[in-house]
Design a protein. Sequence first.
Length: 213
Amino acid sequence: MSLRTAACSLTRGINRAPSYTTLSTVRQYATEAPSKKKTVAHPPRRTYLHQQYESIISNDRVMFVFQHNNLTVKEFTTLRQELAQLEAPTKLTVLRSGVFNSVLRSTKYANLEPLVSGGPACVLHTNIDDTKHPGVLKKAMQIINKNKKLTLLGGKVDNTLLTHADANKVVDLPGISQLQAELLGVLESPGRKLLGTLDSPARQLHSVLDRRE
């Protein structure tokens, strides 16, 4: 066999050999499945409640949690109608505890979760301005307390968490304007006493001079 014939045979053998790089690449693409991210689709009702509870917790200054024991739809309706007659918007909302607690866990009010987990619950909530509507919260609580099936558990005012006792104390507090007036009176009282003490000798001297004349 000539050298040219041997070289041609060797070249044809190389060209027929499979490309291991290409085969391994094809095999890799064939075995790799595209990754898919699983998205959980919540029912529309749950999504609506989640958004509603987020709004209550984030936007309303006052939120009191109550446990309700076998309160009927008629009784709830009566309470809501009476609350609607107040001079500032104050609402009573029945909770789905699972959805409400899932919202609470993502906020700074997560410590309120045990209050809702103990049984059927509802919240009294409002965004009243104490300076414009003093006493509204107390009136709302008087309406709620008429029904013995509702038990106050605690709640929050602004960024402060409240126990049952704390919430009752907040309700009994006077309005901001009245507190400011009382504080001003306390601050001014020592000044009035000091002014009276300093002015007393002058009045006495003036009285003595008047008698001598």
